[in-house]
Write a new protein. Structure first.
Length: 50
């Protein structure tokens, strides 16, 4: 088993996932800031899944 290869794969997947979550978070924050806060629950609901 090539541990270094496994770590690189894990790092790539984790980084992509974290970037995706960050984009979703920023998108939610931007949308919620412009709709009068009516959708504010979106962030708190999504966070536990990270």
């Amino acid at each position: 088993m090539d541990i270094s290869r496994l770590l690189i794969d894990f790092e790539d997947v984790y980084f992509e996932h974290a970037t995706f979550k960050l984009i979703l978070f920023l998108n939610d924050a931007f949308v919620n800031s412009n709709d009068g806060g009516g959708g504010g629950g979106g962030i708190s609901v999504n966070m536990p899944h990270s």
